[in-house]
Design a protein around this ligand. Structure first.
Ligand code: HDE
Length: 713
């Protein structure tokens, strides 16, 4: 029997840690079992209901039918009001060095300790069944099951937020979600109510710049950064506090799709991101993220030209360096999506001693919202007892009863203080959480601090930091998103608003959306940049990238084997693709299996494309419009393309022929032009395949975008 999904997850190494041992008590595999009711009674027939006569009505007394259908009727719970679509994975975290100087958090002290984690990646706006590769912020929430209880780092892949005060969150979400009268559009900001909200609330300016950037269409969950966004506090054993911002840095670098590709992927594989993560973990390519912290002494709270409590601002890494303090490895897929991804409950208020809040007004409001929404979503106050949410540290208190209580709490005493049980469980004066004794003083007011007033300087700083391709992608994103806004006044106001960020940006936005450029091109006057936020400067490696290999009968086996051997040894992946799935015969009579056909795959599912030689194979490919689409899409999406021997002929009939490489036809010579690598009349592909891999590591060849008017950003 073919390998099925159940085997996929069962094949994974069993993590040996406290959380995994705890979850083992709840895991059921249902193998070699007899079917029972929920009461444990064996069932003799589950395909026919109990009827009065073979053609008669179903009987009320059919308890098995009633139980089965009743359960089915109640299988859905409310989806999350935001971040509804997500995907969870297990892993482990290890600190590199004791962090004693900065924090007393126990899981940050001993480099030999592996703290179990569960991470849920998500989109924000779309419903649970929406597509993965939409333009959106990504959630990156991590639950650390520490010896001191659960610590949740509930992060996003963008370091700032839309609004400065949590009281505006319902307004923001109402504006960006599908419009309530017709529930259109799904999973996108490209509609009137969102842009009305943007122009009516200028504090959005900076975040909207990030949302229009490549950050909002990640290549993979494995290739995005995570940011705690809000300012937190580290507190050490002496009670000394320091401000801290949290960062996750992916070891594979931060990379994005291009917009045309992202849109096509939404149709070709709406599960692209979750499948990528699931496959990577099943194949043993465990995603790794380093944990970084930016630390600010309390004395430096006012040392910046922005307020460090303002969540629409980041702390440029060039001003406050990110210290790398540990690494998380995601090494096990979930066993059951509902039990784990759907029922996990994160909360920025789940702290451990050594970590505390700041007065960031967005964070303060978040502290109410998470538990509150989970109470509804998970149906009562006992959801901390659901296996995925259980702490590995013992839970002892006087809370009792409520829907679905699991614990059987013994004894008559359920209050504190008590004398009947010697005041147990009693507060722990030494190890118990101590709130940082910050001095606070003030008159009650609904006013926002003046230090939160500047909405544009960092938006300009971000714009200044972008490479030319990144800038052009941002402008094209504005054209798409704002172009979809029906109300022309709002479109015009977007131009006026972003004129405060950069005059040229505003003029170029105007060009694409049919409104006037700003009368006086402006800007915020900010001239600085932060190179760390440009993806041009990220880590670039080829490992785990995936190539598509196009062949037909008569292909050259040597061309395939030399390349695939090299890909294997460099840790890349590939699929053999042909018109039809099945065995394909090489010119030497040997065979290889095409596991994918044009019907089920397309260029957007790969990082790179390779066309081996073999005259007969090439001649057939030349007659396939799908093969040409593969080449043209890979070219337009700036991906690495390699062709060997007669395979080069396919490139010559595609859009690529416009670039110069095609003229170079020296036998046995590797020719590279803008990420298109070719070789003619050669049996030795070692230099060629290495060059191919080096180019794949570049992620994309943006210079190609200037080569062809049809390029999309
Ligand atoms: Fe959330 N957010 N949020 N958020 N958030 C939720 O909690 C909320 C904010 C984030 O995978 C909800 O259990 C308010 C910032 C992630 O289960 C809800 C505000 C950041 C997830 C909620 C914010 C986040 C959520 C919905 C203040 C980045 C998914 C379901 C304006 C640091 C967690 C739930 C998961 C989920 C409220 C802003 C990250 C409604 C009021 C900033 C990753 O409670």
């Amino acid at each position: 029997m073919a390998k099925n999904n159940e085997n996929d997850s069962a094949n994974q190494p069993n993590q040996q840690n406290k959380k995994s041992e705890q979850l083992d008590q709840y895991r059921k595999d249902h193998k070699n079992a007899k079917l029972t009711t929920n009461q444990g009674m064996k069932v003799s027939d589950t395909a026919d209901s109990l009827k009065a006569g073979e053609r008669g009505p179903t009987l009320m007394e059919d308890f098995h039918f009633r139980e089965k259908v009743m359960h089915f009727d109640h299988e859905r719970i409310p989806e999350r009001v935001v971040h509804a679509r997500g995907f969870g994975v297990h892993g482990e975290f290890q600190v590199y060095q004791p962090m004693t100087e900065l924090t007393s958090a126990k899981f940050l002290q001993d480099p030999s300790v592996k703290t179990p984690v569960f991470v849920r990646f998500s989109t924000v706006v779309g419903q649970r069944g929406s597509a993965d590769t939409v333009r959106d912020v990504r959630g990156f929430a991590t639950k650390f099951y520490t010896e001191d209880g659960n610590y949740d780092l509930v992060a996003n892949n963008i370091p700032i937020f839309f609004i400065q005060d949590a009281i505006k969150f319902p307004d923001l979400v109402h504006a960006i979600k599908p419009e309530p009268h017709n529930e259109i559009p799904q999973a996108t900001a490209a509609h009137d109510t969102f842009w009305d909200f943007v122009v009516s609330n200028p504090e959005n300016a900076h975040m909207v710049m990030w949302l229009m950037s490549d950050r909002a269409i990640p290549r993979s969950f494995r290739m995005m950064e995570g940011f705690g966004v809000n300012t937190f506090r580290f507190v050490n054993a002496e009670g000394k506090g320091r401000f801290v911002k949290f960062h996750w840095k992916p070891l594979l670098g931060t990379h994005s799709l291009v917009w045309d590709e992202a849109q096509k992927l939404n149709g070709a594989d709406p599960d692209f991101h979750r499948r990528d993560l699931w496959d990577a973990i099943n194949q043993g390519d465990y995603p790794e993220f380093e944990l970084g912290v930016q630390i600010l002494e309390e004395e430096d709270e006012f040392a910046f030209d922005f307020d460090i409590l303002d969540p629409t601002k980041f702390w440029p890494e060039e001003q406050v360096p990110v210290q790398i303090i540990g690494k998380m490895t995601l090494n096990k897929n979930q066993d059951n999506f509902f039990a784990e991804t759907e029922q996990v409950a994160f909360h920025p208020g789940h702290l451990v001693p050594g970590i505390d809040f700041s007065n960031d007004p967005l964070l303060q409001g978040r502290l109410f919202s998470y538990l509150d929404t989970q109470l509804l979503r998970l149906g009562g106050p006992n959801f901390h007892e659901i296996p995925i949410n259980r702490s590995v540290a013992p839970v002892k208190n006087n809370q009792r009863e409520g829907f679905h209580r699991m614990a059987i709490d013994k004894g008559a005493v359920a209050y504190s203080a008590n004398s009947l049980r010697a005041n147990s469980p009693e507060p722990d004066l030494e190890q118990g959480f101590k709130h940082h004794a910050e001095k606070v003083e003030g008159r009650k007011t609904r006013k926002r601090s003046e230090s939160f007033e500047d909405h544009y300087r960092q938006a300009t700083l971000f714009w200044n930091s972008m490479s030319l391709p990144e800038k052009s992608h941002i402008i094209k994103a504005f054209h798409f998103e704002v172009g979809k806004v029906k109300d022309k006044t709002i479109r015009q106001r977007v131009v006026e608003m972003f004129n405060n960020v950069d005059g040229q940006l505003a003029s170029q936005i105007a060009t694409g959306i049919g409104v006037n450029p700003p009368e006086n091109p402006g800007g915020s006057g900010e001239t600085a940049s932060s190179p760390a936020v440009s993806q041009e400067n990220t880590v670039k490696v080829a490992v785990t990238r995936k190539a598509g290999i196009l062949i037909e009968n008569g292909f050259d086996m040597n061309d395939v084997v030399q390349m695939t051997t090299k890909l294997d040894s460099a840790g890349l992946k590939y699929d053999i693709i042909s018109k039809n799935q099945g065995m394909i015969t090489a010119s030497d009579g040997k065979q290889i299996e095409a596991t994918k056909s044009y019907a089920i795959t397309s260029s957007v599912m790969y990082d790179a494309l390779y066309i081996p030689g073999g005259k007969q194979s090439t001649n057939q490919l030349l007659t396939h419009k799908e093969a040409k689409m593969f080449v043209n899409d890979a070219f337009v999406h700036a991906k690495t393309i390699g062709a060997a021997n007669s395979g080069v002929d396919l490139l010559m009939t595609s859009d690529i022929k416009q670039i110069t490489f095609a003229d170079t036809n020296v036998p046995n010579t590797v020719v590279t032009d803008l990420g298109v690598i070719s070789i003619r009349e050669s049996n030795d592909l070692s230099a060629f395949s290495q060059e191919f891999i080096d180019n794949v590591a570049q992620h994309r060849h943006w210079a190609r975008e200037n080569q062809d008017g049809k390029m999309s950003g």
